[in-house]
Design a protein around this ligand. Structure first.
Ligand code: SF4
Length: 407
């Protein structure tokens, strides 16, 4: 029975089984739901009326080519899709932003300025003997994370399961793994708690207002991290309040630097749903920046504030939107900006956009590749339920071809 990869969260598990169109998702409900997505709508439309694919592509080309400042957002596509969208952005002078990409860009900004002490899934699964889960239960978004990284039975370099602790809001604590030391703090105090942990691993006194912090638990976590052979801190930037994700990433890096003076400890920022890491990598390869890029001047420019898709739409600084959601069934944001929706067949659109092109879901309707959350590998996807729907890459190429002819 062939094994296939799953693109429905950043773990990209590649041990799912495909037999006669049915996928065994190894017990993962999120993966099962992804592969069981309904076949949905298969027709393309202009202003709500069905049209052939070529006519929809031509209408999209006219709209984008005629815009003063188009925006390409969402970017929920496989790597080939993102690359084709970047070619389209280059041709139309569009701004490109994933959507709500602030958390991911926070990690990348810290990495750009201060470096990283990162690890692959394989290193953590084989070596980590002490693990700190930060901010919220990572298995909410990554259901098989504990099974693959913390409970794997064939670890090469650790004797048993790792010592696991959690620092974050009690309501978001993991329920599916035994926590040696939970350190409960509400989200509003997470950064203070990380600062306290940073002081403790340095052997310093905790400064500032520490009354609300679980100092005893933090002290235990600090000692275990210092005594670990291979520690790991796992977090999702989205667990932090807007504006604090960058501070949190910098504090984690600071803690890792101190620990690595005497032992080994790594950080693993999680995320990567909707091929977020693949989109960032493709943008880096082709434009030099991992997101929020404008092609308006003919040379790629990056600005995390000016080219924020949410801000641009709210301020109506763009006059055309190309929304792309092939991986998760995410409808375009509510906007009066004329929209071309490149969306999967099961996406429910609240209102008829100017142009609607139904595209295939990678791994279901067509093959492709996505990048795993640890960014070390792009995994190939099979087509579990092949269909004639165009991929995002094919749809973007068809639009580009028609712009080439009409400009
Ligand atoms: S954990 Fe994620 S990648 Fe793995 S099967 Fe579940 S949804 Fe798919």
């Amino acid at each position: 029975m062939p094994s296939i990869a799953c693109p429905f969260c950043g773990l990209v598990c590649d041990d799912l089984l495909l037999e006669e169109g049915r996928v065994d998702s190894r017990g993962c409900a999120k993966g099962a739901a992804g592969f069981a997505r309904p076949e949905g709508i298969r027709e393309h439309r202009i202003a709500g009326g069905p049209v052939p694919f070529a006519a929809a592509a031509a209408a999209a080309a006219t709209l984008l080519a005629g815009a003063q400042q188009p925006l390409i957002a969402g970017l929920g596509a496989d790597i080939a899709g993102v690359r084709a969208l970047l070619a389209l952005a280059d041709r139309t002078g569009a701004i490109v932003d994933r959507w709500q990409s602030a958390a991911q860009l926070s990690n990348l900004a810290v990495m750009q300025r201060a470096g990283a002490l990162a690890a692959t899934f394989g290193e953590i699964a084989n070596r980590a003997d002490v693990v700190l889960l930060l901010g919220r239960d990572p298995s909410r978004e990554h259901p098989r994370l504990f099974e693959r990284l913390l409970r794997n039975r064939t670890a090469l370099y650790r004797a048993g399961a790792p010592w696991v602790s959690y620092l974050g809001p009690p309501a978001l604590a993991p329920a599916d793994i035994a926590l040696a030391v939970p350190a409960p703090v509400e989200a509003s105090s997470l950064v203070d708690a990380l600062a306290a942990l940073s002081a403790m691993v340095r052997g310093k006194r905790v400064a500032g207002n520490a009354a609300a912090l679980p100092l005893a638990a933090l002290g235990q976590i600090a000692e275990r991290l210092k005594a670990a052979r291979y520690g790991a801190i796992l977090w999702e930037a989205a667990a932090f309040a807007l504006g604090e994700a960058q501070i949190a990433a910098a504090l984690v890096l600071h803690i890792l630097r101190i620990l690595n003076l005497t032992t080994r400890c790594v950080g693993l920022p999680l995320g990567g749903g909707d091929n977020a890491q693949g989109a960032a990598q493709a943008m880096l390869w082709q434009a030099g920046w991992p997101g929020r890029i404008s092609f308006a001047t003919g040379t790629p420019e990056h600005d995390p504030w000016r080219f924020d898709a949410e801000r641009l739409l709210a301020a109506r600084e763009v006059d055309a939107l190309l929304w792309v959601a092939a991986l998760s069934p995410t409808p375009p944001p509510a906007t009066t900006v004329p929209t071309v929706a490149l969306v999967g067949p099961d996406v429910t659109l609240p209102a008829a956009p100017a142009v609607e092109i139904r595209v295939g879901v990678p791994a279901l309707d067509h093959a492709g590749a996505v990048v795993r959350a640890d960014t070390v590998i792009a995994l190939p996807l099979a087509a579990a339920r092949p269909s004639a729907l165009p991929s995002v890459a094919a749809a973007a190429a068809a639009i580009l071809e028609r712009i080439g002819a009409s400009r």
